[in-house]
Design a protein around this ligand. Structure first.
Ligand SMILES: Cc1ncc(COP(=O)(O)O)c(C=O)c1O
Length: 394
């Protein structure tokens, strides 16, 4: 028997959540003949599968069945200490393990933050465009979205200031390193200026940073957190630097926020998988994460350079794109007369997919924009597909 659910029976919060167009496109991507620039997928060839396998064996031989028992909501303490130490070493940030909550990917951290801060009608500020997963997640809490334009070197800080002067904003969500979807990185000046303005208005900041380690020019920028630690919540993830299937990320914040987030996490899933945490921690003890990240950087930098070359050489000059200096994406603006959705229809016939940019706006989308991912396509295939794509632009 099929039980029909009357749409009015769904909660109001569900009615407001946009479906992920990306997930729809990714269904097509399972066809092996499709060249996908659509996902944000790391390259599986770079997952340290063998070393993680060895770690799994060691964990079971050391811990036996205990590796499969329930554990703490906060996460495995040695792993939290490892993360804190890495911040100390990379940015001289004084973060303790008590300020870190292990989450089921950084996506869960976004959700927990929504739960602890957003009431219906609260103003939530985002970069324009922003990460679709955050838009989707925050929508659940029925906020009013305010957008600040993203420029080539970070948000428009004058606009940020105006907006905060005009209205009270509960929190600001940003991705200062190699943003998803645009690939933009904030300059040092913009980091300082944004932190200054946000601090003046006591706005809570969510600094989502899954891509910061994948910096092609070795120039690692200090996080916004370092200029405004009191009210910045920093998110990190092992998804892009080790493997997304582990589903391990983290949240750094002051102890009060971590306490609230821990209670919310308890209510939603009790804890992140501790088996993944033990295996990952063993991996980190027996392998150099720095060396592994270096290998990722070498591989992704090559792919980035190939994609930039294709954009430069094959595409009309009227197509604008970001020259990403890290991460996994570039962002295109097509010339007048094109829309990304129409281009996608034509590209699908050539078995090429990408994500039209309109999904990444909270309002008033720019239909001429699109996101290209370069981390998961082999270079000869990329060249051929990019050439075909360039021919489809009017
Ligand atoms: C900006 C951003 N935040 C969060 C996530 C979620 O990552 P995960 O939950 O795998 O850590 C992604 C994934 O692509 C992302 O691009």
């Amino acid at each position: 028997m099929i039980i029909q659910t009357n749409s009015q029976q769904f909660a109001a919060r569900v009615q407001n959540v946009p479906a992920s167009f990306i997930r729809e496109i990714l269904k097509v991507a399972t066809d092996p003949n499709i060249v996908s620039f659509a996902g944000g997928l790391p390259s599986p060839a770079l997952f340290p599968a063998e070393a993680l396998g060895e770690s799994a064996k060691r964990v079971f031989s050391k811990m036996g069945g205990q590796a499969l028992q329930y554990s703490s909501t906060e996460g495995y303490l040695p792993l939290r200490e490892y993360i804190a130490e890495r911040y100390r070493r990379r940015f001289k940030l004084n973060i303790s393990a008590e300020q870190i909550l292990i989450t089921n990917g950084s996506q869960q951290a976004v959700d927990l933050i929504g739960k602890i801060f957003i009431d219906p009608g609260d103003n939530v500020m985002l970069e324009r465009p922003s990460y679709l997963g955050a838009l989707q997640c925050f929508s659940m809490f029925q906020p009013v979205f305010k957008e600040v334009n993203l420029e080539h070197d970070g948000i428009d800080t004058a606009e940020l200031e105006d907006l905060l002067n005009e209205t009270s904003v509960k929190l600001f969500y940003c991705i200062p390193n190699f943003q998803n979807p645009t690939g933009v990185q904030y300059s040092l000046e913009k980091r300082k200026m944004a932190a200054l303005i946000l601090r003046r208005h006591r706005t809570i900041v969510i600094e989502d940073d899954p891509y910061g380690e994948i910096t092609f020019d070795k120039h690692h920028m200090p996080p916004l957190y370092s200029f405004y630690p009191e009210k910045t919540i920093m998110l990190g993830s092992f998804s892009k630097i080790i493997a997304p299937g582990l589903r391990l990320g983290w949240m750094v914040a002051n102890r009060e926020i971590i306490k609230k987030a821990t209670v919310m996490k308890q209510a939603s899933d009790l804890q992140s998988g501790n088996l993944s945490q033990y295996i990952l921690y063993d991996f980190l003890q027996n392998n150099s994460l720095d060396r592994h990240v270096e290998n990722l950087i070498t591989a992704y930098k090559e792919k980035r350079t190939t994609m930039m070359g294709c954009l430069q050489n094959y595409f009309p000059e009227s197509v604008k794109f970001t020259r990403s200096r890290g991460g996994m994406f570039t962002w295109l603006t097509l010339p007048e007369g094109n829309t990304a959705r129409e281009l996608l229809q034509a590209a699908l016939k050539e078995k090429i997919i990408f994500v039209p940019g309109d999904s990444f706006y909270a309002s008033d989308p720019d239909y001429r924009t699109l996101r290209l991912n370069y981390s998961n396509v082999d270079e000869p295939v990329m060249r051929a597909a990019m050439y075909k794509l360039s021919r489809l632009i009017i």
